[in-house]
Design a binder for this molecule. Structure first.
Ligand code: 0A1
Ligand code: ZN
Length: 857
């Protein structure tokens, strides 16, 4: 199976040979030998005329029995599934019954049916159902599922509505046809946190969040987020929930964040459980966003699903876009937008600039699990944001209404999606579609001209080559622009310039003075704006721009200019930048959350990306030193004002996870971290000792570690939280993330030797190995130890959990950016991975794609 890596192509799509009209499943649960009985009501698919054999996917199953219309048959079996010859099948509808045996307790890959701390659970997206039973495991085969679970465990859950239960059994019926990837089953000794919801049309819904005993009191925020999500989807998209119950289950062993199984969402417990003592403000925001995301999938993903996995962005891009809208409505939209863009640049722009770059809708893949990427999710969402900007709010609403009307119950494509926009708005989207097929981040250059009262902006777009795509055609780029007078007044409020050509000019007439342009407001397109603005102009926009995103962006661009000059020219920290940031930091008219964002320096990896894009080779050690020096200079510039900030913001009010309080805490902690560089961590140590929330506790600890202090506090933290895995993950990640470049790899190994380093748990693995990969200067240390330690752990994890190993391996995706010595070291580790006997297909595909960047084009 592992050697037969097959590339799958979008162009080869064909409907499945058969329809699955109904499915009845019975599970007899036992850890070492679970029996799965499947009754598939099949019929020839009129979309595939002629007689066809029946080929079902199945992996790692022991077939016990197989019958067609009650007659035993012996299908052909191979590593990928079973086949029954056309001659052995009726030409009319028929019943296929199979019985298989599987061993959930031996399933370490966390895909299919597996066990986590005594509880059974499933993960079927993308192709996990084939590890449960023989089935056409593809999203365009939709069917009605009835499930019977037999087990002595007290809580037995599946999709849909409960239809019966008794001692040792329960039955579930899902009235909505669905693909197998949305199937779910959970069985365990669980406790519920419950609530009731009435939909807009009056349907009562029982809501339950199921957790391990003892965790019930940490579900309130997730439940509140769920209820707000349900209401929001009704109010904003007119989408109601469609079952009598909605269940969420928290599990500790989970490869991803969460999963939208119909009526039975399964979550990584870190995105459900929260209390002020254990969860940070960022955790609360993420829980709110992920609960919303999974809930929103009920319409965008479940009721309308994907025809094939190439269309993944159809559900993911749209659902991310919807969860962004939701979070923007629940919190400060401006602050959320800035955070989205920071994440987009850190993850998606990075991916787009390296060997793993691929289009939002890829055209081929080997292992679909490797395509749950920032490009499909985050860029997929940005593409929809652009569509909305182009067609306007009303056009977007009409298109979405048409999408739900026209495609409810379908397995749809990007063509279907774009067609509803064309039909609803009359626009031709053929050029826009390039956003789905062309990889790479467009670079946008701007030239200005001011003559006789006419101001002209001329844009030029170009997209660098990406794997398999040397040439790119110009795309449609909505560029939101506003113009300011030199006195700071806005003379032209935001307008959208629609760029469609490689080079294009836009004229503004009737202006009394040469304006200052504010370009790409709200980050209206996922492009890199290349504009060498003088520092005074950036400082001016930071002080005066009315668009909050661009106000922040001006400060960010200035910080990057300053850091780049420090790294490349040994320049000192620029006083102009220090003054500009000080003005924002102490401006009480601004939202504290916004001020905190302005105090956050660009990340080291982001700087490396920027320096690389300038055509220079980034030196991780110099970037690290420059960033620290810049923070030190800022701490001195802000002076005693920092103490005042910490005092003013310490209001001691009762804890609330509100965005308003979180913003104040963020600003206070930013000030505390800067102060720690000057007072040796005195105030941070006090803050740690008196912390009333996890945000403060971990924030103060971070400030201490960053200032080279905090050994005692680190120990105290572990003593206090040793029994809580989700909290201890923070403890591991924090130390590794903040370790000095030369110490990060050794620290990782020391921590990995601890008894509580349960490396088979994906959260724990990521909090240690993933944290080393994210420590830019530590991972890229010239000793090669960072690369070595990460590669060692990938090789260790791969045989047990290939999916998580493959995801963490993206640490290496930036290797082509660096100098020859580092490239050699990284390349050697990738080659070592590829040479490993028994390597999984997942990790092999990643290593091969990353190494291909070293080959001449
Ligand atoms: N569809 C889920 C994420 C998810 C994707 C793949 C998984 O296994 C390979 C698991 C979960 C979401 O978007 O939330
Ligand atoms: Zn999703």
């Amino acid at each position: 199976m592992l050697d037969a890596q097959k590339t799958i192509h979008l162009a080869d799509y064909q409907p499945f040979t058969h329809l699955v009209e109904r499915v009845d499943l019975t599970f007899r649960l036992a850890p070492g030998a679970t029996r799965v009985l499947a009754r598939l009501h099949l019929a020839p698919n009129p979309a595939r005329p002629g007689r066809h054999p029946l080929r079902l996917d199945g992996e790692g199953l022991r077939l016990v029995a197989c019958a067609v219309d009650g007659q035993a048959v012996a299908p052909a079996l191979d590593d990928g599934g079973l086949a029954i010859a056309a001659e052995d099948l009726p030409e009319a509808p028929f019943l296929l019954e199979t019985e298989v045996e599987i061993a959930p307790e031996a399933n370490t890959a966390l895909e299919g049916l597996y066990m986590s701390k005594g509880m059974y659970c499933t993960q079927c997206e993308a192709e996990g159902f084939r590890k449960i039973t023989y089935y056409p495991d593809r999203p365009d085969v939709m069917s009605r599922f009835k499930v019977r679970i037999e087990s002595d465990l007290p809580v037995l859950l599946s999709n849909g509505n409960p239809v019966g239960s008794g001692p040792g059994w329960a039955e579930w019926d899902d009235p909505w046809p669905k693909p197998a990837y949305l199937f779910a089953l959970v069985a365990g000794d669980l406790r519920a946190h419950s609530a009731k919801f009435a939909t807009a049309s009056g349907r009562p819904v029982d809501l339950h969040i199921w957790v391990r005993p003892g965790d019930e009191d940490r579900c309130a925020y997730a439940m509140d987020s769920l209820i707000r999500s349900m209401r929001w989807d009704e109010e904003v998209y007119g989408r109601e929930y469609d079952l009598d119950v909605f269940n969420i289950v928290a599990v500790d062993d989970f490869n991803m964040g969460a999963m939208e199984n119909k009526g039975l969402n399964i979550f990584n417990s870190r995105y459900v459980l929260a209390s002020p003592e254990t969860a940070t403000d960022d955790d609360y925001a993420r829980i709110e966003a992920i609960i919303a995301h999974e809930y929103f999938h009920n319409w965008t993903g479940n009721r309308i699903t994907c025809r094939d996995w190439f269309q993944l962005c159809l559900k993911e891009g749209l659902t991310v876009f919807r969860d962004h809208q939701f979070s923007g409505d629940m919190r400060s939209a401006a602050v959320r937008r800035i955070e989205e863009v920071v994440a987009l640049r850190a993850r998606q722009f990075r991916e787009d600039a390296g060997p793993l770059a691929h289009p939002v809708r890829p055209e081929s893949f080997v292992e679909i699990n490797n395509f749950y990427t920032a490009t499909v999710y985050e860029k997929g969402s940005e593409v929809i944001a652009m569509l909305k900007t182009l067609v306007g709010d009303q056009g977007y609403k009409r298109a979405l209404d048409l999408y739900f009307d026209r495609h409810d119950g379908d397995a749809a494509t990007i063509e279907d999606w774009l067609k509803v926009f064309e039909d609803a708005t009359g626009r031709d989207l053929s050029q826009f579609k390039l956003w789905y097929s062309q990889a790479g981040t467009p670079r946008l250059q701007v030239a200005e001209d001011w003559q006789d009262g006419v101001y002209t902006l001329t844009f030029t777009q170009a997209t660098p080559p990406t794997p398999g795509q040397p040439e790119k055609a110009p795309r449609v780029i909505p560029i939101n622009v506003g113009l300011l007078n030199p006195n700071g007044d806005e003379v032209v409020p935001t307008i959208m310039l629609e760029m469609t050509q490689e080079r294009q000019s836009f004229r503004f007439e009737g202006l009394a003075a040469r304006p200052v342009p504010s370009i790409l407001r709200g980050f209206s397109a996922p492009v890199v704006l290349e504009r060498d603005a003088p520092p005074e102009e950036r400082a001016f926009l930071l002080a005066h721009d009315t668009d909050p995103f661009n106000k922040w962006e001006a400060g960010r661009a200035l910080a990057k200019d300053v850091m780049a000059a420090m790294v490349l020219q040994d320049a000192p920290p620029s006083p102009a930048w220090l003054d500009a940031v000080a003005a924002v930091a102490f401006d009480e008219g601004l939202d504290p959350a916004f001020r905190a964002l302005c105090l956050r320096l660009p990340a080291e990896d982001d700087m490396a990306q920027t320096i690389h894009a300038m055509g220079r080779i980034p030196d991780p050690a110099r970037i690290h030193a420059a960033r620290r020096a810049l923070a030190g200079a800022l701490a001195i510039r802000l002076g005693e004002g920092l103490v005042q900030l910490c005092r003013d913001l310490d209001e001691g009010a009762e804890f609330s996870p509100s965005a308003e309080q979180a913003g104040r805490r963020a600003l206070r902690l930013a000030a505390l971290a800067l102060l720690a560089r000057r007072d040796g961590g005195k105030l941070a140590a006090e803050a740690f000792a008196g912390a009333r929330s996890m945000t403060e506790e971990i924030g103060a600890l971070a400030a201490l570690l960053d200032a080279g202090q905090g050994a005692a506090e680190l120990q105290a933290f572990a003593d206090r939280w040793g029994g809580d895995a989700n909290v201890m993950d923070k403890w591991f990640a924090l130390q590794v993330g903040l370790a000095a470049p030369g110490e990060a790899a050794d620290l990782t190994e020391r921590l990995a030797a601890r008894a509580d380093f349960d490396w088979k748990n994906p959260n724990r693995f990521r909090s240690v190995v993933g944290a080393l990969a994210a420590n830019h200067a530590g991972f890229h240390h010239l000793s090669g130890r960072g690369y070595r330690v990460v590669a060692d752990w990938l090789l260790r994890l791969d045989p047990l959990n290939p999916q998580t190993a493959a995801r963490v391996s993206t640490a290496f995706e930036t290797w082509p950016r660096y100098d020859a010595a580092r490239r050699r070291l990284a390349q050697a580790e990738l080659e070592r991975i590829l040479a490993a006997p028994g390597l999984s297909g997942d990790l092999r595909e990643m290593a091969e794609r990353m190494l291909a960047a070293g080959q001449p084009a």
